[in-house]
Design a protein around this ligand. Structure first.
Ligand SMILES: Nc1ncnc2c1ncn2[C@@H]1O[C@H](COP(=O)(O)OP(=O)(O)OP(=O)(O)O)[C@@H](O)[C@H]1O
Ligand SMILES: [Mg+2]
Length: 487
C-alpha cells in the first residue's frame, strides 16, 4: 500500500540519503511536537516543472499529545504554491528560521508559525512548519518554559543537520513520549529538571530523593545509557529494570551544539504492565507446548499398553484389533509431537507425512519390500484439519502395505503419495501397484473399521470427499479431496 506521504515523495527531487534523513525525522519528531506544544508539518519542494509555479508538498504531519491540535485537517499529500507559503519558501531559500503569522482558514484569524529549515549535507532539503496557538494559550508553567527551551536547542540541531541523528533507527511505537516523563540533564549528566510524570516514574523505581542537581548514579539508577548518549552523541534506548517488577523504558537524546554534547533529554516510560503482558503471552505459548507434549506422552503410553495387552491375547483376531488400535493412537500422537515443538494453529503437514510413512514402512510384514514415495506438500495446515487428516492418511497407507502386495509376487511394491494444496483446496492421492481391490468393492458400502473411520473423518469431520478404485497403473488409488476454506 502506498501512503499519501510516499506518493507525495514521488514528485520531489530528494536523493535516497536525503529521504532517509526525512524518514528518521518523521520517526523521531513526536518529541518536537510535544516540547513545542505545537502541530508540525513537514514540507518539501516538488520537482520544478518549466512554465509552472513552484510548489511545496506536505509529506508529514504530527499533533502534540499534550495540547489540543489547531490543524484538524489532514494535510499529508497536499501541494501548495510556494508563493502561498511564502514564509516556508523563505526558510527554504535562506536556510534560516523564519517566524511570522499566517491566516488560518478554519480558525478565521492569523496563527503564529515558525519555519525551520531541515539541513542535510550542506543543503536545505525540507522545511518543518510549526503552527502554534497564540502565546497566551501556551501553558507557561515551569516545565512549559523548559520544554520550549529544549525545543529551541533541538531547532538549532535540525538546521545544522544534527537532528535527526545519522544512524538512528526509525522510532518504534514503543519509544516514550514527552508526556510519559521528561528529564533534562546537563553535559555532565546531572539532572536540571524533571517533569511531574518523570518524578512519578522515579518513585516507582524506588527513588524518592529530589533529582535536581544529582546524576542518575547518585539517585541510584543505572547511568550507562545517559553517559553513553552524552559521550557518543547518539540517542540510546534502554530498558531499566528496578526492584523486581518495575521496568522503565529510558530514551536518551543528546543535545548537541556544534558537535559537542551540552546535555540530554531523557524520556522515561513505565512499561511494567506492557512487559508483564508480554511475559504472560510468552508463558501461554510455553503452556500450550507443554500440554501438547503431555498429550503426546499419554497417547504413547496408551499405545504401549495396547500393544502389551495384544501380546497376551491368544486369539489372533483380538490381537490384530489391538495392534490396529495401537497404530491409530500413534498416528494421532504424531500430530501432538509436532504441535509440542511449534504450538499454534498451523502445523507443517510435511513432517507429519514423514512420520506416517515411516510408521507404515515399519509395519510391512511380508518379505516383499515396499517403497513409499511422497510428492508435493500441503504446507501449513490448521491443527483441526491436521489431526483427522493424519489418521486418514495413516489408515490408507496401512491398507496399501497390508493388502496390496501378496506374498508371492517377487518384485518390490510401490506406493505413491501425492499432496496438493492450492486454491481449489487440498487433495491427497495414494496409489499403489499392488493386486487391486476385490471384485465389486465399493467404499460407500464397506463396513470394515479402517475405511469406515476414513469415510467418517473425511466426509463428516473435514467436509471432503473420497474416491477409491482401480489405479491406471494397476493396483488401487485412493483420492481424498478437501474443499478450500472459504474464510
Ligand atoms: N490398497 C489396497 N489394495 C488392495 N485392497 C485394499 C486396499 N485398501 C483396502 N483394501 C481392501 O479394502 C478392505 C477394507 O479396508 P479397511 O481398512 O476398511 O479394513 P482392513 O484394513 O481390512 O481392517 P482395519 O480395520 O484393520 O483397517 C481391506 O480388507 C482390503 O480388502
Ligand atoms: Mg485398514
Amino acid at each position: 500500500m502506498t501512503t499519501p506521504a510516499e506518493l507525495a515523495l514521488t514528485c520531489t527531487e530528494l536523493s535516497p540519503p536525503e529521504l532517509a534523513h526525512l524518514q528518521r525525522l518523521l520517526g523521531a519528531w513526536s518529541v518536537l511536537a510535544d516540547l513545542s506544544f505545537s502541530d508540525l508539518v513537514l514540507v518539501v519542494p516538488t520537482t520544478p516543472v518549466p512554465g509552472e509555479e513552484p510548489e511545496l508538498v506536505v509529506i508529514g504531519q504530527i499533533r502534540p499529545s499534550n495540547r489540543p491540535t489547531i490543524l484538524e485537517q489532514d494535510l499529508v499529500g497536499q501541494t501548495v504554491r510556494q508563493a502561498a507559503w511564502a514564509l516556508s519558501t523563505a526558510a527554504l531559500q535562506r536556510g534560516a528560521v523564519v517566524r511570522g503569522a499566517v491566516h488560518h482558514p478554519l480558525i478565521g484569524e492569523s496563527v503564529p508559525v515558525e519555519n525551520i529549515p531541515v539541513g542535510f549535507g550542506g543543503k536545505v532539503i525540507a522545511v518543518l512548519v510549526r503552527v502554534y496557538a497564540r502565546p497566551a494559550e501556551v501553558p507557561l508553567s515551569a516545565y512549559g518554559k523548559r520544554y520550549l527551551d529544549v525545543f529551541e536547542r533541538l531547532v538549532k540541531m535540525i538546521v545544522a543537520s544534527e537532528f535527526p541523528f545519522r544512524d538512528e533507527d526509525v522510532g518504534t511505537e514503543e519509544t516514550p513520549r514527552v508526556g510519559d516523563g521528561f528529564v533534562l540533564v546537563d553535559a555532565a549528566g546531572r539532572v536540571e529538571f524533571a517533569s511531574p510524570n518523570a518524578i512519578n516514574a522515579f518513585h516507582r523505581m524506588g527513588v524518592y530523593s529530589t533529582p535536581e542537581g544529582r546524576s542518575f548514579t547518585e539517585l541510584g539508577i543505572e547511568e550507562s545509557a545517559v553517559q553513553w548518549a552524552l559521550a557518543a552523541r547518539r540517542p540510546v534506548v534502554e530498558e531499566v529494570e528496578r526492584r523486581p517488577d518495575v521496568i522503565v523504558l529510558v530514551q536518551c537524546i543528546p543535545l548537541l551544539d556544534d558537535g559537542t554534547s551540552t546535555g540530554a533529554v531523557i524520556l522515561l516510560r513505565d512499561v511494567t504492565d506492557v512487559r508483564r503482558l508480554d511475559r504472560l503471552l510468552l508463558s501461554k505459548d510455553a503452556a500450550i507446548r507443554e500440554v501438547h507434549h503431555r498429550v503426546k506422552n499419554n497417547l504413547q503410553t496408551i499405545s504401549s499398553l495396547l500393544s502389551l495387552q495384544a501380546r497376551r491375547l491368544s486369539s489372533e483376531d483380538g490381537r490384530d484389533a489391538l495392534y490396529e488400535a495401537e497404530r491409530r493412537v500413534r498416528s494421532i500422537a504424531v500430530v501432538h509431537e509436532i504441535l509440542s515443538r511449534d504450538p499454534g494453529d498451523q502445523v507443517p503437514f510435511g513432517e507429519i507425512v514423514q512420520s506416517l510413512v515411516r510408521m507404515a514402512e515399519d509395519s510391512v510384514m511380508s518379505p516383499r519390500p515396499v517403497t513409499i514415495s511422497v510428492e508435493g506438500d500441503l504446507g501449513e495446515v490448521t491443527a483441526d484439519v491436521a489431526t483427522p487428516l493424519a489418521v486418514v492418511l495413516a489408515e490408507v497407507l496401512q491398507n496399501a502395505v497390508e493388502h496390496a502386495f501378496g506374498q508371492d509376487a517377487p518384485e518390490p511394491g510401490h506406493v505413491w503419495v501425492q499432496l496438493v494444496n492450492d486454491r481449489e483446496g487440498v487433495s491427497v492421492d495414494v496409489r499403489d501397484d499392488g493386486c487391486g481391490l476385490e471384485e465389486g468393492f465399493d467404499i460407500e458400502r464397506t463396513t470394515s473399521l479402517g475405511l469406515s473411520i476414513v469415510r467418517d473423518l473425511v466426509v463428516s469431520q473435514l467436509g471432503g470427499s473420497i474416491e477409491m478404485g482401480p489405479a491406471a497403473s494397476g493396483g488401487t488409488e485412493v483420492l481424498i479431496r478437501l474443499p478450500a476454506k472459504s474464510d
